[in-house]
Design a protein around this ligand. Structure first.
Ligand code: HEM
Length: 412
């Protein structure tokens, strides 16, 4: 019997990993917290890697050209979920549903639309940062990044954000449930009940949204009333947008604080040249992206970098690995604001490329402009247990600090 290439593709645990690296395991939390050494090895030795996970076999692509091609080939690398009835949203749909859903809210996230809320975002960021600086620092994610990103997306959606802690728990439950259903993480004990409460809350907010208003929830409600989207598609929109709009950007902001603590000279540069802040943000998205991988399922057997991936395979596009591919970005591990970051895949690529990219860029720019203008140094808390607490579980696809405690020296 002739074995097909796919059958011959060894599993991660069968490969000859160097002694300092455990075989890549997508469920291993310590690898997820810092996977870059694994990615570098995979580029060279296993650009198409097969891993056994509790949810079945999965393939991982790490080379820039493979990941970009897969993003581009949406017919072969489908975004559909194992059960399409669960959260029938824009991320989890193929054409023609995808464009129909995306067009419901796309106009609310253009650079022009986002610029309208910039003043509000700046005022909120200032209000949150001031007390932290006054007390010499503190926990950045819960006290700054999450309240900022949640209030921003809530404002655009037209959602009243009475209890940030409750929304934070709900988004964690929602991402954990998604991760469990997709087979990319183990889930959490409260993921189903918390998500049900989250969806019910969003549904009520959708019902209460005035049809004539200009908020995102009102756009969704109008499209539902016009019959452009179904009731379950409308219900799936709110939790998705709230989650996508808050967690990813909070993690990116957290990663940016960490970079500034590692490379103290950058803060002075950003202070002297505020126009360089967007370069800092793009390099952050390339080098320390908060979203590491996106899942696809193959609709036919396909060959990638000499390996055959069968039809129906779960394939993860490792954008964070692709962004560190030396063939595309020389000296990829070096954080270099002056490099050409064009084509980075931090926001994905192709038809599903991030809808909120301009919003995320604007929020991150404001944060790092503000930090450079008000703080002379960012240092991690000397207690390593408090300094950086990596994100675990959740959707399994994001990376960054769940909690981050820093010292902030005010600018005299
Ligand atoms: C640093 C912050 C962010 C990162 C790194 C990020 C990353 C991504 C990535 C990689 C995708 C592609 C998904 C795929 O190919 O399957 C995506 C899609 C998406 N993002 Fe973001 N995102 C961020 C912020 C936001 C924000 C602020 C929003 C606001 C609502 C948002 C909303 C969305 C939506 C709705 C999609 C689905 C687009 C589609 O399927 O057509 N994201 N994002």
């Amino acid at each position: 019997m002739t074995l097909s290439a796919a059958q011959e593709t060894p599993y991660s645990h069968e490969l000859a990993w160097p002694p300092h690296l455990r075989p890549f395991d997508p469920w291993d939390e310590s690898i997820k917290a810092d996977p870059y050494a694994h990615y570098a090895w995979m580029h060279e030795h296993a650009p198409v890697l097969r891993a056994r996970t509790p949810a079945g076999d999965a393939w991982f692509l790490s080379r820039y050209r493979d990941v970009q091609l897969a993003f581009r080939s949406a017919k072969i690398f489908s975004s559909r979920r194992p059960d399409p009835k669960v959260f029938p949203n824009v991320v989890a749909s193929d054409e023609p549903d995808h464009t129909r859903l995306r067009s419901v809210v796309a106009h609310a996230f253009t650079p022009k639309a986002v610029a309208r809320v910039e003043g509000q975002v700046r005022a909120t960021a200032e209000g949150l940062l001031r007390p932290m600086i006054a007390s010499g620092g503190g926990e950045v994610v819960g006290n700054f990044a999450i309240p900022l990103t949640m209030s921003t997306i809530a404002g655009l959606m037209g959602l009243s954000l009475s209890k940030t802690a409750q929304f934070r728990q709900w988004t964690e439950d929602y991402t954990s449930l998604l991760g469990r259903l997709l087979g990319s993480s183990p889930g959490s004990p409260t993921d189903a009940s918390g998500t049900a409460a989250f969806v019910a809350h969003m549904d009520q907010a959708l019902d209460a949204a005035p049809l004539e208003a200009d908020t995102v929830l009102s756009c969704i409600a109008r499209s539902r009333a016009d019959g452009k989207i179904t009731g379950s598609e409308a219900a799936a929109f709110g939790p998705l947008l709230f989650d996508a709009g808050s967690q990813t950007t909070s993690l990116l902001i957290g990663n940016g604080f960490i970079v500034l603590s590692e490379m103290p000279h950058l803060l002075a540069r950003l202070r002297a040249n505020p126009a360089d802040v967007p370069k800092f943000v793009e390099e952050l998205l390339r080098c320390r992206s908060s979203v590491h991988r996106m899942r696809r399922v193959t609709t036919e057997s396909v060959e990638v970098s000499g390996q055959r991936i069968p039809e129906g395979a779960a394939v993860y596009l490792l954008m964070a690995a692709a962004n560190r591919d030396a063939e595309k970005f020389p000296n990829p591990a070096v954080f270099d604001m002056d490099r050409d970051t064009g084509g980075h895949l931090g926001f994905g690529f192709g038809i599903h490329a991030c809808l909120g990219s301009w919003l995320a860029r604007m929020e991150a720019r404001i944060v790092f402009e503000l930090l450079a203008q008000t703080v002379s140094a960012v240092a991690l808390d000397p207690d390593p247990r408090r300094a950086v607490v990596p994100m675990t579980a959740g959707s399994g696809v994001v990376s960054g600090p769940k909690a981050l405690t820093v010292r902030l020296a005010p600018l005299q």
